[in-house]
Design a protein around this ligand. Structure first.
Ligand SMILES: C[S@@+](CC[C@H](N)C(=O)[O-])C[C@H]1O[C@@H](n2cnc3c(N)ncnc32)[C@H](O)[C@@H]1O
Length: 219
C-alpha cells in the first residue's frame, strides 16, 4: 500500500474543514489594524479538518488567545469523540470566560508554557502520548523551539503544527531546521491553509520516532 503523503493529508484536511461550521469561533482580539476579528480565520478550518480527518482526540494548544482555534479543534472532533477527548490549552492570560462556558470539556491552564510548574500541570493532563501539539504563542525561534522540546519531548505527538513559520527570520530558521530533520514528514502548508504571508507548518512527528509512543510517566 502506498503511504499517503503529508501534503495529501493537509489538502484533504482543508477540504474536510471547509465543510465544518465554525461561524461561532471568532478569532477575537488582535494586535493588528483590526482590533477584533469577528470571524474564524482560514487556518481554523484546517485545524478542524485535520482533527476530523485523522480522528485526533488528545490535543494540546500553546497560545489560547480568545479560544477560536481550540474551539474550532473541538468542532472538528468526530461524532461521539467529545467525551473521550482531551483538549488542553495554555495561555498567560485568561480571555473569553463566557465563550468557554459552551466548551466545558476544554481544559484551560493559565501560565507561561515554559515555566516548569506549568509544564508539569500540562503534561500531567494527559495519560498517554497526544495526537496533536499546536504551538501558536510567541513567534520567535527560542520560544517555539523550547515549547517543542518540552512538549513534543514529553508527549510524543502524532502531529506538530506551527503557526507563523514565515513571520520572521527566527521562525524561518526554525522551519528550515525542522524541514532538514523531518524531510517529507514536514510540510509547509502555508498555501493550503491560505496563510502565505505568516506561514503555517505541519509535521508528522511520530513517523520520525516510530513506535516511540508510550504511556507518559510523571513529568
Ligand atoms: C497568536 S495568539 C494565539 C491565537 C490562537 N491560537 C488562535 O489561533 O486563535 C498568541 C497567544 O499566546 C499567548 N502567549 C504568549 N506568551 C505565552 C507563554 N509564554 N505561554 C503561554 N501563552 C503565551 C498570548 O497571550 C496570546 O494569547
Amino acid at each position: 500500500m502506498v503511504a499517503t503523503s503529508l501534503k495529501e493529508i493537509c489538502e484533504r484536511a482543508m477540504s474536510v474543514g471547509t465543510n465544518i461550521d465554525l461561524s461561532d469561533c471568532p478569532y477575537g482580539e488582535t494586535t493588528g489594524p483590526c482590533s477584533f476579528i469577528n470571524r474564524p480565520t482560514k487556518y481554523y478550518f484546517f485545524l478542524a479538518g485535520l482533527v476530523r480527518l485523522e480522528g485526533l482526540i488528545y490535543i494540546l494548544e500553546i497560545g489560547t488567545n480568545h479560544g477560536g482555534s481550540i474551539m474550532s479543534i473541538s468542532k472538528g472532533l468526530q461524532k461521539d469523540d467529545t467525551s473521550r477527548s482531551r483538549l488542553v490549552t495554555v495561555d498567560i492570560i485568561n480571555k473569553n470566560k463566557e465563550g468557554f462556558r459552551r466548551y466545558p470539556h476544554i481544559k484551560r491552564i493559565e501560565g507561561n508554557s515554559l515555566d516548569e510548574g506549568v509544564a508539569r500541570r500540562v503534561v500531567g493532563s494527559f495519560d498517554k502520548g497526544i495526537d496533536l501539539l499546536y504551538i501558536d504563542s510567541v513567534h520567535e525561534y527560542k520560544h517555539t523551539r523550547n515549547n517543542i522540546n518540552i512538549y513534543a519531548g514529553k508527549l510524543n505527538p502524532r502531529y506538530v503544527v506551527l503557526d507563523d513559520i514565515r513571520q520572521c527570520d527566527g521562525m524561518r530558521k526554525l522551519w528550515s531546521e525542522l524541514k532538514e530533520e523531518f524531510k517529507d514528514n514536514a510540510f509547509d502548508a502555508s498555501d493550503v491553509t491560505i496563510r502565505k504571508g505568516a506561514g503555517f507548518g505541519v509535521i508528522r512527528w511520530v513517523e520520525h520516532s516510530k513506535d516511540m509512543r508510550r504511556t507518559v510517566s510523571n513529568y
